[in-house]
Design a protein around this ligand. Sequence first.
Ligand SMILES: C[S@@+](CC[C@H](N)C(=O)[O-])C[C@H]1O[C@@H](n2cnc3c(N)ncnc32)[C@H](O)[C@@H]1O
Length: 212
Amino acid sequence: MTEESKVQWIYASKDNEELEQRYDVWAGEYDKDLDESFGWVGPKVGAEVFAKHVPQAAVILDAGVGTGLVGVELRKLGYTNITGMDMSQGMLDEAARKGVYRQLDQMVMGEKLDYIDDAFDAVISIGVLTLGHAPAGSLDELVRVTKAGGHVVFSLRPDVYEEHGFKEKQSALEAAGRWELVEVSDKVKIMPKGEPEVEHQVWAYRVCPGGE
Ligand SMILES: C[S@@+](CC[C@H](N)C(=O)[O-])C[C@H]1O[C@@H](n2cnc3c(N)ncnc32)[C@H](O)[C@@H]1O
């Protein structure tokens, strides 16, 4: 299978179970494919926005950790207290090899997460909130597990933001006083080698105390 058809195969998953199985299969080749064939810059771009808002001592959740590429970028920027979470055990096993995560947990975004309220100072989620992956409703749980004054930082395709419930969910969380926007990045060509037409923006929100 070519790298391009692997991505189509991932996106053609009919449900979470199939998506998890397909990421399990892809896990061993993911880093090589993403780097050599796509030039995936999501982890670096996301970590740079994150670092503008989050202190190095923060307790961090990397939601949809994949093989741990975001953790590697965060470690370069001085972060050391990082938990990773993903639906795919195969991807989590690859993330463990990076040696930058304190803890790795198998969970599904879109369902209730098995973390207490306010468990983290900051959450980062890169390349996960998208079609057929984690839905807009996942954001409720990311806010719940983040302390007031902490941050939720994630990447999103502009068309997915507009057309797949994210615009409404992000606005609803703002209207309910759950979070406030601190930054939205310019559009970035996130896979400049393989799919130069695909752009992402990185959104950074600060979680508010209380809220409705
Ligand atoms: C494109 S990869 C991104 C991985 C990593 N964040 C990166 O930047 O390289 C998407 C990851 O999200 C995970 N994923 C997709 N949907 C998920 C969900 N609903 N809950 C948890 N993980 C999910 C997949 O297993 C995969 O590891």
